[in-house]
Design a protein around this ligand. Sequence first.
Ligand code: DI6
Ligand code: FE
Length: 408
Amino acid sequence: MSNSLKLWRNARLATCDAHGRVLEDGALLTRGARIEWVGREGERDLTEAAEVHDLNGAWVTPGLIDCHTHLVFAGNRAGEYAERLRGRSYEEIARAGGGILSTVRAVRAASEAQLFEQSVPRLSALMNEGVTTVEIKSGYGLTLEDEAKMLRVARALGRAFPVTVRATLLAAHSLPPEFRGRPDEYIDTIAREWLPALAAEGLVDAVDVFCERIAFTVAQAERLYQAAAALKIPVKMHAEQLANLGGTLMATRHGALSCDHLEFAGAAEAQALARAGTAAVLLPVAFYCLAEERRPPVAALRAAGAIMAVASDCNPGSAPGTSLLLAMSMATRLFGLTAEEALLGTTRHAAQALGLGAERGSLAAGLAADFVVWNVSAPEELSYWIGFNPRRTVVRAGEIQRWPTPIP
Ligand code: DI6
Ligand code: FE
């Protein structure tokens, strides 16, 4: 029965497909976990469907995709935020052994079960807003065992909840105390030992690196990319957030899936991203929370035709947020995206940032039957409301989700 045809009719479809089609009198046919057909009512005989859902003219988008999170972590850093409010900078706190390393201590002390339990409320908050695919990074373990623990929790979340999880190895997030003064050895250890071991366990969908003065150099990132390429694992980068180190230009040469942050990028980076088909992932919550002043080069990205995605960056230091809709609002107001760009940024373009463009992120035949029915009168409402959730129903893999509970 689960492979029977379902009709979802009387819908307004923001397909987010390659043609940007909006179908006001739309209908979807799904079979099992896939979309079988998308079109206008009356374009085809729809009587063959075994099950019919009348959506009463509601707007439907693809399931939202949060393509950059660090939502698996233990503890929090509210104390550091209070210090930042008193004037200490994020970099100062990091250099004094706080920042990422304080979360590393909390993650190392947590059991796998504790880490899972602490991460569930963050994942469920994202899902409550219609997120059906989420990327989760490691990077707060910084030993083989603790990075494995984080990635196993990410995988376990994907099994326990109706959400597709992509797991990214971000062991190159910060230099662990065990390797103080030996960053090259740390990178080589990840490249030669940890990455192959974690990949063999099926825990790594992509490799990311924090390329900043407080983290790792472009040359170190490139060594890691070579190891990833040997294992055919795609790469990503936290690039040009606090300064321009040239990371984006290197990452695009390696065909990275995405470069994320990009506040200090310029026209050269925008063109390189567009040429390589590397997604520019914009993270306005971190920009907001760090009270940054420099904005990513949105006009240049747009002019170059780069793929722009938007993500929550959910993490305990620079972006303690679990609302992708709020990230969309911030991307419009703070970075100047249009409402259409913000929606594409959390659907089609977010899928591309994860290398999943061929299987999800838009409403098109053959793609995942993941979509959200919204209580909105136009799609631009999705980046308009601030802290209000207009989600009506989430359909994931062709099934109406009873969890999170539909809002009446
Ligand atoms: N993503 C990151 O990985 C870092 N900043 C960011 O936007 C640091 C996260 C942290 O402070 O824990
Ligand atoms: Fe991040």
